[in-house]
Design a protein around this ligand. Structure first.
Ligand SMILES: NC(=O)c1ccc[n+]([C@@H]2O[C@H](COP(=O)([O-])OP(=O)(O)OC[C@H]3O[C@@H](n4cnc5c(N)ncnc54)[C@H](OP(=O)(O)O)[C@@H]3O)[C@@H](O)[C@H]2O)c1
Length: 273
């Protein structure tokens, strides 16, 4: 009965109605842009081939690779000849995903790491393990592609051990930290490398509300009765998009932009930062 009441209160909240309205408008706008780009834009090309020896395979890291877009990307990239590093928070789901991809593509080269993207300590440990694995596997000490895909839409506030709101920690802080930690490996690549940040069309709705340190740490939400899940999600994705632009700007300043490209991808649009 209590759960039913909670669900009813949630559905009746202004946040849900705001989400339904603004996200529909943002999605329609994204589809309009996609259609416009399809009609007037140029076709993108993919450059990797599937004929790679073990040590020369390009390596890609995909976070949130155990379901949805991340899992589909892992499968596609393994078909393209990438050595795919799957990052997920559940060892059970990781081995399930690994087996599923192997069943469909026996040639797939895969490695799984259990990482909690909402924890900086876990992300840092992953960077160290990844470097160690590259060394032990006789692979070049570099990566060619990083896909920051892991993301959640949480309906309640749960601060992380390190003191962030969990949705902001997973969708933005984790991706930010991982990218910064993996930059030396991306720079070390013999061929141009790329960072892909999976954002969302919903960032367009992030114009209302005040976001300060207490919002980022979740303190504001623990005090309020209703967790503004839609706003936090929109804000986390806006942060990731702005980070993509800022990273591009910084790489440009250090003359690295010709070597590492930054792309942010939402369901409808691609932004070349
Ligand atoms: N689906 C859409 O319509 C849509 C639209 C725009 C943007 N996006 C964005 O696209 C991305 C993928 O979405 P999706 O629909 O494919 O979602 P999904 O199926 O729920 O997949 C999310 C993935 O992230 C992982 N993950 C969540 N928290 C994590 C953590 N703390 N540490 C490590 N991994 C974690 C999940 O792991 P578990 O398997 O363990 O849960 C799962 O593998 C997200 O960033 C989402 O915001 C999606």
């Amino acid at each position: 009965m209590k759960k039913l009441k909670e669900a009813f209160t949630f559905i009746c909240s202004s946040d849900v109605w705001r989400m339904a309205l603004l996200w529909t408008i943002a999605l329609l706008f994204s589809y309009f842009q996609l259609l416009k780009n399809t009609i007037f834009g140029s076709k993108s090309t993919t450059s990797s081939s599937s004929n790679h020896s073990h040590t020369h395979r390009p390596v890609c890291v995909i976070t949130g690779a155990t379901s949805g877009l991340g899992k589909a990307s892992a499968f596609k990239l393994s078909k393209k000849g990438f050595y795919v590093v799957l990052v997920g928070r559940s060892s059970h789901l990781l081995s399930k995903t690994l087996n599923e991809i192997k069943r469909q593509n026996a040639d797939a080269r895969l490695k799984a790491f259990e990482v909690d993207m909402s924890s900086f300590q876990s992300v840092l440990k992953f960077r160290n393990s990844l470097e160690q694995w590259l060394l032990e596997s006789d692979l070049h000490s570099s990566i060619q592609l990083l896909v920051n895909n892991a993301g959640i839409l949480a309906t309640s506030s749960r601060p992380t051990f390190e003191g962030f709101d969990r949705m902001i920690a997973t969708n933005y802080v984790g991706a930010f930290s991982l990218t910064k930690l993996l930059l030396p490996l991306l720079r070390n690549s013999h061929v141009p490398s790329r960072v892909v940040n999976v954002t969302s069309f919903t960032h367009r709705a992030a114009f209302a509300g005040r976001f300060d340190m207490d919002s980022v740490t979740g303190v504001n939400f623990s005090r309020s009765k209703q967790y503004p899940c839609a706003r936090v999600y929109e804000y986390s994705k806006l942060c990731l998009l702005l980070f993509s632009y800022e990273l591009h700007r910084q790489l440009h300043l250090t003359d690295d932009s010709h070597h590492i490209s930054v792309v942010s991808r939402s369901s409808g649009n691609k932004h070349n930062a």
